[in-house]
Each structure stands twice: as structure tokens, then as C-alpha cells.
Design a protein around this ligand. Structure first.
Ligand code: OAD
Length: 237
């Protein structure tokens, strides 16, 4: 039986599927991934751009980088993988999408209540009063300031920072009760997301991975489908 038929059969039988996505699901929309030949971390040092220390040292430089990423992402559209997941979500009473992506493309495609582990590039947070607001300015005035006078930062989780508590709690609740996990387009090395599949497996879930190549997660998977997310996921509908 082709891998997609096996996946489909298990998915249909599932009462509460969970999908975990990474940068690879947005690659076909034109969003750069982090690792691999064209990955952002090839050309940029995360320590200089995506840590609280980097922002303290040079907020303008950090904002220049996020402004550049906003410019790259703004105007991009969800691809068939995002749309197929949104459509699948409508067919289940319980369906959870957990993403490491900050581009907002799952919600754009119509997925509901997406658990954004690493925040969202289209939100800002005040380092003074902690107010969070949507901000879609491109280019953004650098560095942007809150009405209280303090600096605004991207509402994104940087290296060394904890994940948003409410989001991580909901993610673990979903992983505890799910019977089917689909892991799409993540290199599977950034925690805690890298451990999500193992957590669900220890609770008895069936695990599927869709990726261009094998990853450190592949060995614990029940099915690995190698190929483009935008080509494979629509076949599951
Ligand atoms: P990575 O860039 O590490 O990995 C992207 C994965 O997607 C790789 O395994 C690719 O093989 C795969 N891939 C690429 N194109 C694909 C396609 N069309 N279809 C299927 N798979 C494809 O991205 P993440 O795993 O998401 O964190 O990275 C995790 C975190 O590390 C990010 O959220 C970010 C980064 O540092 C923060 O910024 C906090």
C-alpha cells in the first residue's frame, strides 16, 4: 500500500489528530527555512539576532533583521499544504495544529486555534508595559516604540527564552490524548517541539513524518513519507 494510503487510513480512524509543523511547510510559499543549504542560520548568527542579549545590545540591528524577514514574508500566500491542513481540520471535531513557524500562514489558510510555539512575526510586545498588539507595518519604523515610551520587540520566542505558558500547556494536553501525530517540515532538533512526537508515542499515538529528507525524528516514526509537504498533504484529503 502506498505510504499516503496508510497515513490516510490511520488518520481517518483517529479521533484527535495533532499536526506539528516547522519551517519546511512554508518553504513552498517562499518563506526561508532556518537550516539546510539555503537556511537563514547559514548566513546569520542566531546569537546576534534572536536572543534577549542581542536585543539589549542592539535593538536596531535586531529590528533590521526582523524587518527584512517581514519584507520577505509579507505578500506570501499559504501553499497547498497549509490549505489541505485547514480543510482536514474542518473534518474532525478535535484537530490541533501546533507550529514552530511565526509567519501566520496556517491561520491565513483557515486553520483554527493554531498553537504558535514561537510567537508571531506580525505581533509586537512592549518591553516596558508588556502590551501585545498586532503590527503589520513593512517597513517598520526602527526601533519601534510603545505609546508608553518603551521599546517594542517582536512577539517571538528567542533562544534562551521560555515558550508561552498557555500555548505549551495546550500543546502537551493535545499530545497526551492524541492517537495520531503528523510531523511536517521540521528538522526536529529544537526543543521542546523536538520531543513532542516521542511524548505522543509514549501515550500510544501513531506517528507520521513528512519531510524532504530523514531527520533525527524519523527512527521513532511509524511512517516516513519523503517529499514535498505541498504535494503529499493534499493527497490525505
Ligand atoms: P528547519 O529550517 O530547521 O528545518 C526545516 C525542515 O523542513 C528540514 O528538515 C527540511 O528538510 C524540511 N523541508 C524543507 N522544505 C520542505 C518541503 N517543501 N516539504 C517538507 N519538508 C521540507 O526549521 P524548523 O525545524 O522549523 O526557532 O526549525 C525549528 C526552529 O529553529 C524555528 O522555529 C526557529 C529556528 O531557530 C526560533 O526562531 C525560536
Amino acid at each position: 500500500m502506498p505510504a499516503t494510503d496508510v497515513i490516510k487510513k490511520r488518520l481517518i480512524a483517529s479521533s484527535f489528530p495533532v499536526v506539528l509543523t516547522g519551517a519546511g511547510i512554508s518553504a513552498e510559499s517562499g518563506v526561508p527555512t532556518f537550516r539546510g543549504a539555503e537556511g537563514l542560520w547559514r548566513n546569520f548568527r542566531a546569537e546576534d539576532l534572536a536572543t534577549p542579549g542581542a536585543f539589549e545590545r542592539n535593538p536596531a540591528l535586531v529590528w533590521e533583521w526582523y524587518n527584512w524577514r517581514r519584507e520577505k514574508i509579507s505578500g506570501l500566500k499559504p501553499n497547498p499544504a497549509h490549505y489541505a491542513l485547514a480543510e482536514l481540520g474542518k473534518r474532525f471535531a478535535d484537530f490541533t495544529v501546533i507550529t514552530q513557524n511565526v509567519d501566520g500562514l496556517h491561520t491565513f489558510a483557515g486553520s483554527k486555534d493554531v498553537l504558535e510555539l514561537h510567537g508571531n512575526i506580525w505581533r509586537v510586545r512592549c518591553v516596558g508595559c508588556a502590551a501585545v498588539s498586532e503590527n503589520r507595518q513593512v517597513p517598520i519604523e526602527i526601533p519601534p516604540r510603545c505609546s508608553c515610551g518603551a521599546l517594542l520587540r517582536p512577539d517571538i520566542v528567542w533562544f534562551g527564552e521560555p515558550l508561552p505558558v498557555g500555548v505549551i500547556e495546550r500543546a502537551f494536553k493535545a499530545l497526551e490524548r492524541t492517537d495520531f501525530v503528523l510531523v511536517v517540515g521540521t528538522s526536529g532538533i529544537v526543543e521542546p517541539a523536538a520531543s513532542f512526537a516521542a511524548t505522543a508515542k509514549s501515550n500510544g499515538a501513531f506517528l507520521v513524518e513528512i519531510n524532504l529528507e530523514r531527520t533525527p525524528l524519523s527512527d521513532i516514526m511509524d511512517v516516513v513519507a519523503l517529499g514535498k509537504a505541498g504535494e503529499i498533504i493534499p493527497k490525505l484529503l
